[in-house]
Design a protein around this ligand. Sequence first.
Ligand code: CO8
Length: 260
Amino acid sequence: MEFKYLQIENSEGVSTLTINRREALNSLNSAVLAELECALYGLDLDAAVKVVVITGAGEKAFVAGADIKEMSEMSAFEGHAFARVGQRVMLFIEKMKKPVIAAVNGFALGGGLELALACDFIYASEKAKLGFPEVGLGIMPGFGGTQKLARLIGPNRANELVFSGRMITAEKAHAWGIVNDLFPPEELLAKAVETAREIASKGTLGVAYAKDAIANGLNMTREDGFRYEASLFGVLFATEDQREGMGAFLEKRKADFKGK
Ligand code: CO8
């Protein structure tokens, strides 16, 4: 399928999805969100894709937020619909069977930071800048950012970032635990793809169930989370991947997982 604002490259089980709307710093308008929703559904269904990396085109921006020009003319009804599509995209990333890595190559602001936070983890360029500038526009984060950020770094740091609307450096985002690792700009995508390939070589179902356990377990009591983990762990013993993984170890060969 052809997209106007997305480039998708698949190689060795890794799909690199680049948001390409450089003239507006890759900001998310309704068309980009609709394409993202459609592309991500497709990638989740494609058995050849094991891991997705999301990045932004150009050197300046990952995604500089939702499209302010488009939002400035929205009615309350349109604003609500826009927020719901955005939230659907963010929630879908969490629910995808496959890990999704954000490679933040520049500005990740507002809805752009929310998109990065919706991914399973974030790598960033040393030159990236992150923030929630919404309060400066008379609004607040609306694609799940307040919820994700406070759970990730605690309410106090989230409060400071969201209330001030300030941008922080990649270094500070790393120190605060928003970003897992920092790389020189020219190395970022290769490093994200390298990690994605490493994950893609593992048992597909084990990775999918681990994602499920971590994401859903956070919304459960500790006791229920442990029970949920044990259930998923048990199901893996009914899969070919488990027999292949353990068989390969015992036969001292590389496992060839089929995701079955
Ligand atoms: N929306 C639309 N256009 C944008 C956006 C944006 N978010 N960001 C940049 N652009 C456009 C600029 O208007 C400019 O276009 P033009 O050349 O036609 O004037 C072009 O991109 C280049 O930008 P700048 O000239 O401003 O580049 P600078 O290097 O001077 O500045 C910044 C870079 C600091 C990133 C600056 O562009 C900026 O502040 N952008 C806006 C960042 C922002 O406020 N983002 C948050 C938006 S709100 C949001 O994301 C809410 C999400 C939740 C929605 C909930 C549902 C309703």
